[in-house]
Design a binder for this molecule. Structure first.
Ligand code: SAH
Length: 365
């Protein structure tokens, strides 16, 4: 079937096979790519209007027990100084998000599962839930036991973001140390769903050895897992990691990966329809002035501006080229509002911005 026929079917929400999704991702030329973005943006408008949901991001600790081969805060990187913000600092950042009207926060950290850490997160959740803003709270703290997920859910977390990184077990194994197991990651995603979180997952796009077929299968994986939210972005080599060292970027590689990531956002919007899709910060790392905006125009509906203090930002560089290292939260907000207005999108202030998909999936709508 030709590309445009396929795109028309996708636009109407017809079921696409993995090979067909792969064909969409491999757009034949620039005009086709534009048509793909326009179709996906149309579906975004249908389900989310011209609204963008905002999540204030708090990168509260870079202490990590894992050694993922791509990640700039993996435990064996010695050049970052390790920190964990205090409960007061984290709550202050959440309060700032509330005052800014962001409607929700994302608490992200390196992975730890010791009782001191899990108890600390419980305490923060209770404190943030008690703030007078009705914030949605997303956690992004890696694989945990059912007991921990349930405790955090009870303490006020409503969403959880745990990327599968790649739904292909062979790729997953290539980018993780042996103790980090694909089956375990999958089991953790199922636990989160059972614990009644709004479930988010995602992948890195443009990993060494990853094809459009692989990415199409990732989208099928999202569909089968029936997730509510997608957070995915271009893979960016980090020069102090094994993967970054072994596969340094050729000139122009980053820009190509950005395009691929935008096509991936578009294809995901066409297939999943009513989910929340984040325009990841990694898009902005490649194109500082337009990455996230291009993400929205390709079908994303969520942006996660940083609300933490700039103090620790240098020590939370998952990849090279992280944007806004010195920009404080009000400055980040100003820039964002201006750039959204320029593309005719409106921030949805003071609303948690729950994904429609979750309400439908759980029969609450
Ligand atoms: N430890 C938590 C959250 C921190 S990492 C967890 O594992 O869930 C958050 C995400 O950053 C990861 O899921 C990964 O997809 C992304 N990431 C890490 N290193 C990256 C890199 N070099 N390029 C692009 N994304 C990266």
């Amino acid at each position: 079937m030709n590309f445009y026929e396929l795109l028309t079917r996708a636009g109407k929400g017809e079921f696409l096979q993995s090979s067909e999704i792969s064909q969409l991702l491999q757009v034949p030329d620039e005009a086709a790519e534009k048509a793909l973005f326009a179709a996906a943006y149309g579906v975004k408008r249908e389900f989310c209007g011209n609204y963008v949901n905002l999540r204030g991001l708090v990168e509260f600790s870079n202490i990590c027990t894992r050694d993922c081969l791509y990640c700039g805060i993996r435990k064996s990187v010695r050049s970052v100084s390790r920190y964990c913000m205090s409960a007061d600092e984290i709550v202050a950042a959440a309060r700032r998000a509330g005052e800014f009207g962001y409607g929700s926060v994302v608490l992200q950290s390196g992975e730890r599962s010791d009782p001191e850490f899990t108890g600390f997160v419980t305490e923060i959740l209770q404190k943030i839930s008690a703030l007078p803003y009705a914030l949605g709270i997303t956690l992004s703290c890696g694989e945990q036991s059912m007991e921990t997920y349930l405790r955090w859910r009870e303490a006020g977390a409503t969403r959880y973001l745990l990327r599968i990184e790649s739904s292909d077990p062979a790729i997953f194994a290539r980018i993780h140390p042996p103790e980090c197991r694909f089956e375990e990651r999958l089991a953790a995603l199922h636990r989160l769903k059972e614990a009644d979180y709004q479930l988010g997952t995602g992948v890195m796009i443009g990993l060494p050895g990853q094809s459009c077929e692989d990415l199409a299968k990732d989208i099928c994986f999202f569909r089968e897992l029936d997730v509510d939210m997608i957070g995915m972005g271009p893979y960016l080599p980090q020069n102090e990691t094994p993967l970054g060292r072994d596969f340094p970027d050729a000139p122009g590689a980053a820009e190509k990966r950005l395009q691929l990531a935008l096509r991936m956002i578009a294809a995901t919007r066409l297939v999943l329809r009513d989910v929340n899709i984040a325009a990841a910060t990694a898009l902005q790392a490649i194109a500082p002035d337009s990455g996230r905006e291009r993400g929205i125009l390709a079908g994303a509906n969520v942006i996660m501006p940083n609300v933490g203090e700039t103090l620790h930002r240098r020590d939370y560089q998952l990849y090279n080229g992280k944007p806004d290292l010195d920009e404080n939260a009000p400055a980040v907000r100003e820039k964002l509002l201006t750039s959204l207005a320029a593309i005719g999108e409106v921030p949805r202030f003071n609303e948690p911005g729950d994904p429609l998909h979750y309400a439908i999936r759980t029969g609450r709508k």
